[in-house]
Design a protein around this ligand. Structure first.
Ligand SMILES: C[S@@+](CC[C@H](N)C(=O)[O-])C[C@H]1O[C@@H](n2cnc3c(N)ncnc32)[C@H](O)[C@@H]1O
Length: 240
């Protein structure tokens, strides 16, 4: 349990640089245009984008494949409905004004077929808008990107280190090592993680959207920090 709570804290701590507030502003702008002010955030993680929405004025839902992430999201956001599901095949008996999929969650689809299935499913659940981002785009990919960063809050210090490797041209694989020092107990521990994502091109995504019969707008949210691989982030906005 202690380990679990520390992991939760680490996730949010290491992502603290992500300007969730600006991305939320965009989600709010889109949701405010709709009648029922409903939003489904797919691949919602710990719910950082959606916790800003006031439960009195909005109908907000989150869906994620990882039960661990959902546990954290639920604990932090008891007023939001979270569901377990896979973005490629979840089937809900309702639609939402806005369906979002941020933090590059779509890039966990490792084939173009899986990506198309997931995008189609997002579109099928939306009444008005779908918005998703591609943070690690093959068009602007930085090979061998090195991360070695230390984060700190009142209770822990975390060092995150990894090198991203391009595998078989279109995949990025990285195995982050987290070295954690608990300032309150003096305990140290470390763990490894594993990520494999697909580096899609803007053109591949555009082709999928065209095949599905949709046009899109590429949005610059200017949300990503400069001097970070994430400055290559693209946001696709689809109006239904
Ligand atoms: C990088 S995190 C982004 C989380 C959140 N959107 C954010 O921006 O903080 C990617 C999330 O996508 C989720 N995910 C990956 N594959 C998924 C799938 N097939 N269906 C649903 N969620 C998935 C992961 O569990 C993880 O929570």
């Amino acid at each position: 349990m202690i380990m679990y709570e520390q992991l939760a804290e680490i996730y949010d701590l290491i992502n603290a640089g992500i300007p969730y507030d600006r991305e939320y502003e965009l989600l709010k702008l889109l949701t405010d245009k709709s009648k029922d002010k409903s939003l489904l955030d797919v691949g919602c993680g710990t719910g950082e984008h959606i916790h800003f929405f006031s439960p009195e004025s909005y109908n907000i839902f989150g869906l994620d494949y990882s039960k661990g992430m959902l546990d954290i999201a639920r604990a932090k956001n008891p007023h939001i409905n979270f569901m377990h599901g896979d973005m490629s095949d979840f089937a809900l008996d309702r639609k939402f004004s806005v369906v979002s999929c941020l933090g590059s969650a779509l890039q966990y689809n490792l084939t173009l077929e899986d990506l198309e299935r997931s995008i189609k499913n997002l579109l099928e659940h939306a009444n008005d808008y779908v918005i998703f981002d591609v943070r690690y785009c093959i068009d602007k990919w930085i090979d061998g990107y090195v991360k070695d960063k230390t984060y700190e809050n009142d209770s822990i210090i975390v060092r995150e280190s990894w090198v991203s490797n391009r595998v078989d041209e279109v995949y990025s694989v990285w195995e982050p090592k987290f070295e954690v020092h608990n300032k309150l107990t003096g305990e140290d521990f470390e763990y490894m993680d594993y990520h494999k994502i697909r580096l899609f091109s803007i053109n591949e995504i555009a082709t999928i959207l065209t095949t599905l019969g949709y046009s899109y707008e590429l949005i610059d949210v200017s949300a990503a920090p400069v001097n970070d691989v994430r400055h290559t982030q693209f946001y696709f906005l689809i109006k239904k």
